[in-house]
Design a protein around this ligand. Structure first.
Ligand SMILES: [Zn+2]
Length: 360
């Protein structure tokens, strides 16, 4: 088996079996893997066990090796490997197996093809990518293609919450020279991803009876005034632009406070998140906000949920390789873009440690 050149590899695109690919995606949807968001999995629908086993079964049948690792109770990663023939660069296709919940989504766990699209929980984000990775393995096997370097397929858990699967996978160091993460990007090449940091803003007031509000301090009204300051903060962020990702952003997502309509509330809690650009630190955000918000009886705690931002180093070989692959595959938009959400690409997520690179 000779190692093919890139043009020969491009011909593999013509061998993609769309019916098989669709069937694979429907089967992945029908193997539920709802993220329990920090809790222990409660029942068969939660956790990634079934999808990890599915990946293992499909890939070992094609001659790959595959390890399924229970990195936390009921939470799994799958890592499969097709050894390279001549010590070339290794490449990993990585994708998260978990999905968000199915509440309020009829037929969430039934892969349905409608108007040429597959519907079901996780169809797009991101079981479609897992299905594509399996189709790559099928085509390589059918054509008896041997690659120069190792090809790995990683199914990881917990991307939708704390990226614990990627952290576990990366804990013992990089396993590939580069990683492609197939998050949904409308088929554009994304060479950078924003990070995330979430915070609590607590506003203190003085409780009193609602008939004499002048004797208290209404924490909700104070919070309402502060929220206007978030718009000022966004305007300062708009001036801080990354060439691929655009500006950093801030979002107020939750506001809680008060107990009864006839009580002046003594506390109001605001949860907000900040999308970070590469190079920004979660520790800087409370300082920046303090400079914009009016002074008062409020405080911002440390970030309680963080995901690092990431960008592929300028001039990295993977960017050019992906552009070539996009050209050979007929992808119309081959310009690099930024991914506005966070993902397993971040080095702090440990997805594939510091040598790893995301480009999807
Ligand atoms: Zn995703």
């Amino acid at each position: 088996m000779a190692v093919p050149n890139s043009e020969e590899l491009a011909r593999c695109v013509e061998q993609i079996d769309r019916d098989r690919l669709t069937k694979t995606l429907c089967e992945l949807i029908e193997h539920p893997s709802v993220n329990p968001f920090g809790e222990a999995p409660r029942g068969a629908e939660e956790g990634e066990r079934r999808v990890a086993a599915y990946l293992r079964d499909r890939l070992t049948a094609l001659g790959w090796t595959c390890d399924v690792d229970e990195y936390a109770p009921g939470r799994h990663n799958a890592l499969a490997r097709l050894p390279g023939a001549s010590g070339g660069r290794s490449l990993m296709f990585a994708g998260h197996m978990d999905t968000v919940e199915t509440t309020g989504y009829p037929q969430a766990l039934t892969g349905v093809v409608r108007d040429g699209r597959v519907h079901g929980r996780g169809a797009c984000d991101m079981k479609a990518a897992l299905a594509c990775y399996l189709e790559v393995a099928e085509v390589l096997a059918e054509r008896s293609i041997s690659l120069a370097g190792d090809l790995l397929i990683a199914g990881v858990g917990d991307e939708e919450y704390r990226q614990e699967g990627a952290k576990a996978l990366g804990a013992s160091g990089p396993r590939a020279d580069a990683v492609i993460i197939g998050e949904p990007t409308e088929l554009t090449l994304c060479l950078a991803t924003k990070g995330l940091a979430a915070y609590d803003l607590r506003v203190a007031g003085v409780a009193t009876h609602g008939s004499v509000p002048q004797h208290g301090a209404n924490a909700i009204l104070t919070a309402a005034r502060l929220l206007g300051g978030f718009e000022d903060y966004q305007r300062t962020l708009d001036r801080r632009r990354h060439p691929l990702l655009g500006p950093a952003t801030v979002n107020v997502g939750v506001i809680e406070g008060g107990t009864k309509p006839n009580i002046v509330p003594s506390e109001c809690r605001v949860q907000f998140s900040r999308r970070l650009l590469p190079g920004e630190s979660p520790a800087d955000v409370p300082v920046e906000l303090a400079a914009v918000l009016e002074r008062g009886t409020w405080s911002i705690g440390e970030a309680w949920w963080t995901v690092d931002a990431y960008e592929l180093p300028h001039g990295h070989w993977l960017a050019e390789a992906l552009r070539t692959a996009a050209r050979l595959s007929g992808v119309p938009d081959r310009e690099p873009h930024g991914f506005p959400a966070s993902s397993d690409a971040a080095p702090g997520s440990g997805g594939c440690a510091r040598r790893s690179h995301r480009a999807a």
